[in-house]
Design a protein around this ligand. Structure first.
Ligand SMILES: [Zn+2]
Length: 384
């Protein structure tokens, strides 16, 4: 079934690489499965999801947790901006989330900084930090026509992999950029996804639906009237796993003729990654079935996409769940799969097992459990 044409070249002919399924909490109205496919024409790999742009707009407005305090390593994109942009440049961060990048640029002496984000929480948070040119809006509904052609540089970090229509997004963003202005992208590099050790939903979930490489992003950007000035491979290390990001710096140039080189690496990398992870999933299923067999009471620490995935692919929903635990105050007090989400300080049953169900924060949670002197048995699922 054809749900989505290729988001890079619009071809409808594709090959299925994997079927991904996950169970989403009640308040998330997005499909709970999709095929990962490879475009026959350009080699772009993407989720063939049935979700619509309206579904995703609603999701990012209502289920946005990015204004929380998650810190990401932005050093490579900051270096790229400093290298290519004088400090008097007018800079726009589209989808600025918690405002971390804009705050870092402010500290480095950039003074003309603006941000647009779908979440009003994010907008208010940025203003409270002294960056007042913060506006609510989406890359698909440009809110401020007065900004057209006004910016020397636009940044799009960790956004493009989320968008149903990245071509329209780049076209829209291009309108904000001056002639010969710059666009700086930060995207996960899926041509190297086989170096990642994290579980499948960290790479393939309801949010990550475009799996770019240098070839496919070049094709997309050339088609939208941008020429690449520089690509930086930025590895982010997490224990034995390394997740590669690609920083791309592009100049607006309508005269450039695209070369359009097919991506031949990403599909192979995805297939290698999925096969490795399937073996690990078998081990997790055995541990969870044992918890059920022993009738253990459990706290599940984590409410993110790993939990969604476990709900769909294991029997974890048949465990004797007391509640979910999350450090993110935006998630505390909410109900997930019929159970409350509490803060770690609300753990009261010392006989219950704490199942850590997060992909990237297991080490810091285990350290936190030690520091809080919590004596419960702990099962770190991501480390199995
Ligand atoms: Zn294509």
């Amino acid at each position: 079934m054809n749900n989505r044409d290729c988001p890079v070249c619009n071809c409808s002919s594709k090959k299925e690489l994997a079927h991904i399924k996950f169970s989403l909490p009640e308040h998330i109205k997005l499909p709970s499965s999709y095929n990962v496919v490879e475009c026959d024409n350009c080699g772009m790999c993407y989720s063939d999801t049935t979700a619509t742009i309206e579904d995703y707009d609603s999701y990012y407005i209502n289920c946005n947790y990015y204004s929380g305090n998650t810190v990401t390593d932005n050093s490579a994109i900051i270096d790229a901006i400093v290298k290519h942009c004088p400090s008097e440049y007018r800079i726009l961060d589209m989808g600025f989330g918690n405002g971390q990048l804009l705050n870092s640029l402010k500290l480095l002496g950039f003074s003309d900084l603006s941000g647009i984000d779908p979440s009003i929480d994010s907008v208010n948070h940025l203003k409270s930090e002294g960056i007042h040119q913060a506006y609510q809006g989406s890359i698909f509904s440009l809110p401020e026509k007065k900004f057209f052609g006004q910016f020397d540089c636009c940044c799009l970090t960790s956004v493009l992999e989320h968008l149903l229509d990245p071509q329209e997004a780049i076209h829209n963003l291009s309108q904000y950029i001056k002639s010969n202005g710059l666009l700086v992208l930060d995207i996960p590099d899926y041509s190297q996804v086989d170096s990642v050790d994290a579980a499948i939903p960290n790479q393939f979930n309801q949010e990550h639906i475009n799996y770019f490489s240098k070839e496919s992003i070049e094709w997309l950007m050339n088609s939208a009237g941008f020429v690449s000035l520089e690509y930086i491979d930025f590895p982010r290390y997490n224990k034995d796993s390394v997740e590669h990001s690609l920083i791309g710096v592009f100049r607006k140039d309508d005269t450039y003729k695209a070369k359009n080189i097919k991506d031949k690496k990403t599909a192979l990398s995805i297939e290698r990654y999925i096969n490795t992870q399937k073996t690990k999933e078998m081990k997790r299923k055995i541990i969870i079935d044992q918890l059920i067999h022993d009738d253990k009471k459990v706290y599940i620490w984590g409410t993110g996409s790993f939990v969604s995935y476990l709900m769909e692919t294991t029997n974890i929903n048949k465990c004797n769940i007391l509640s979910f635990i999350d450090n993110n105050h935006l998630k505390q007090g909410k109900v997930f799969y019929g159970f409350p989400s509490i803060s770690p300080s609300e753990i009261v049953d010392s006989n219950a097992v704490i199942v850590i169900a997060t992909m990237m924060f297991t080490d810091s949670i285990m350290k936190q459990i030690c520091e809080m002197n919590i004596k419960n048995e702990v099962v770190p699922l991501a480390l199995l």
